[in-house]
Design a protein around this ligand. Sequence first.
Ligand code: MRU
Length: 345
Amino acid sequence: MRAVDWIDGHIRFIDQTLLPHEERFVDTDDVRVVEDAIRSLAIRGAPAIGVAAAFGVVLAVKGKDSHGPVSIRQRVHEAVKSIGSTRPTAVNLFNALHRMNMIAERNPQASDDRLLQLLEAEAKAIQEEDIRACDRIGELGASLLGNGVSLLTHCNAGALATAGSGTALSVITTAARQGKVVRVFADETRPLLQGSRLTAWELQKAGIPVVLITDGTAASVLREGKVQAVIVGADRIAANGDAANKVGTYPLAVLANRHNVPFYVAAPTSTLDREASDGLAIPIEERTPGEVTHFAGVRVAPEGIGVYAPAFDVTPNELITAIVTEKEIFRQPYAAAIARTLELS
Ligand code: MRU
């Protein structure tokens, strides 16, 4: 199953808002459908958003009459701007859009047809790099785990969140194939339940024993010694290793630290942000209050209540035991390793 794919000139994605009840794939050649899908979390997870955005740029310029008033290069710039306004935190989105923009900038002489070919090739490269990164992250991350471990994860950093096999869940499925994993505790992940709707669904399909817990239960599970490692994904990692991920990740890191359990972040290098010196520079998306005041469409809070709904939080690097990328496993001090990696890319 591929969460986002490019098939015969159009995008196919699974509508994640419908899972686990319904497995509906959407085929579209309309960039506005892709933008709406990213906004509504039908397509979600940092690497998957980046891949969808890249193909979205191709859709925005494909089949358009280049002799019209708007040139193909202008269309690329407009699409980059428009797709870039969908969600602010996952830097994979902006890294992918930057790469697409550079194709237009660096090929000023290319004909419209040639530029379209180059854009499609770049989007495919972004997709393929992510597929390979997921597998490598799985291998490297699994090497950190001992035999007979139980793990805890938050949100969904699986195949649904990437073009490939996932990040944190790739580590878990790889370790499970190696016979190392006893069970996985999945935080339900309020308010949109990516843990119960998506991670539990993915792990169950993969035949890995999964136990669903409410977010507040994580403390007890850790205190009771039921978990040997916590592993999560990331939406943006600052130059000093501070990592933004789904809200509720930071408290997990504090808890893991309190109970001497390693806390791992698994993410491709496309999640590194060379511009953000630390976590304070990471823009945190705020979602609509309705996602908190309502549960499955039913109001569960009084009318008129004030709501604070950040979608992500930032885990300070000192609480992170290691960051697993496709290139290498980073350890403290993160700044040097991250700078070296960014220099080489
Ligand atoms: O709001 P979401 O569902 O897009 O948030 C996703 C996460 O927080 C994931 O953990 C993160 O993108 C890593 S996915 C490999």
